[in-house]
Design a binder for this molecule. Structure first.
Ligand code: PBG
Length: 328
């Protein structure tokens, strides 16, 4: 092994062409999934805690999907803000084949048939208490009854045209139940991207504003989402979801959990996605607004970090900005 001055690692960094030639990781628009919020209203609703992000009507969300396709973004992720009067303790609106989610799926399939549509499987946008599942008298979120409903919810979304169903609820056994429901109904090619390692995080606040569950949520989600202290447990979650029929796995939040992403990639060699969540987006926007950093550079550096850690792709609210920067 030679060393200085025979070896100078700065040599390959000395010019732009050489840095490009030696880059170990590349980021392209195909690495991006754009999360979109849908409202029953008919105009754009900006979200205060997510500056630059809005809820869109069904017609407008289809326009955003078309825009995404034009930017080379392969897939959009949908989250509904269910009207307050349709939220119930059992979240039954989740199973309505004409709910906001299903109408948005159909509108996008109409307007931009070439783009992938990923749907959220969980009850929190539909429940009056803001939890991802049914709650018993003591406030405990019930696993098995919830998982059975989630399987039906996934089926309703698949019938509406969803390409990827993404359970974000963290109930045990739900991936297997969803897979069985999809196979049983002939949806052989509908993918499951499971939120396999989803942590009980303080970074979800703005998202809960966006789907309207923040003020409703009773307590926290620590009895189902993971403890940020744990990594071994994340490997067990991933192993189970893969065994139950997941096509790809997700780690969430993103940047604070790069160690988990990298470990999942190394141990399982399967497609791993990260969700750069709302609080992460808001932090970058706040830093840019405060003059503490430059938005474009912060965004591109964080997205590259996900790729370097082993991600196949990233869900990010900055997807259209990043895609534009990558095309420039
Ligand atoms: C809930 C869900 C959450 C997010 C996606 N699905 C929040 C939560 O678990 O309370 C967070 C996404 C984000 O913060 O951007 N099913």
């Amino acid at each position: 092994m030679s060393h200085y001055p025979a070896l100078r690692l700065r040599r390959t960094r000395a010019s732009s062409w050489s840095r490009r030639m030696h880059a170990e990781t590349v980021l392209t628009p195909a690495d991006l999934i754009w999360p979109l919020f849908v409202t029953d209203g008919n105009r754009e609703e900006p979200i205060g805690s997510l500056p630059g992000v809005s809820r869109w009507s069904v017609a407008d969300v289809a326009k955003r999907a078309k825009e995404a396709a034009g930017l080379g973004i392969p897939c959009v992720a949908l989250f509904p803000n269910t009207p307050a009067q349709l939220r119930t303790d059992d979240g039954r609106e989740a199973l309505n084949p004409d709910n906001l989610m299903c109408r948005a799926i159909r509108a996008i399939k109409d307007a931009a048939p070439g783009i992938g549509v990923l749907t959220d499987v969980a009850l929190d946008p539909y429940t009056a208490h803001g939890h991802d599942g049914l709650v018993d008298a003591g406030g405990y979120v019930l696993n098995d009854t919830t998982a059975a409903i989630l399987a039906q919810q996934a089926l309703v979304q698949a019938e509406a045209g969803a390409d990827i169903v993404a359970p974000s609820d963290m109930m045990d056994g739900r991936v297997g139940m969803i897979r069985q429901a999809l196979e049983g109904a002939g949806h052989f090619n509908v993918q499951i991207m499971t939120y396999a390692a989803k942590y009980a995080s303080a970074f979800y606040g703005p998202f809960r504003d966006a789907v309207g569950s923040r003020g409703l949520l009773k307590g926290d989600k620590k009895t189902y989402q993971m403890d940020p202290a744990n990594a071994e447990e994340a490997m067990r979650e991933v192993a189970l979801d893969l065994a139950e029929g997941a096509d790809s796995v997700m780690v969430k939040p993103g940047l604070p959990y790069l160690d988990i992403i990298s470990r999942v990639k190394r141990e399982f060699e399967v497609p791993v996605f990260a969700y750069q969540v709302s609080g992460e987006y808001a932090m970058i926007e706040a830093a840019a607004a405060a003059g503490a950093g430059e938005r474009d550079a912060l965004v591109m550096e964080t997205l590259m970090a996900f790729k370097r850690a082993g991600c196949t792709g990233v869900l990010t609210y900055h997807a259209p900005l990043a895609a534009k920067l990558l095309r420039a």
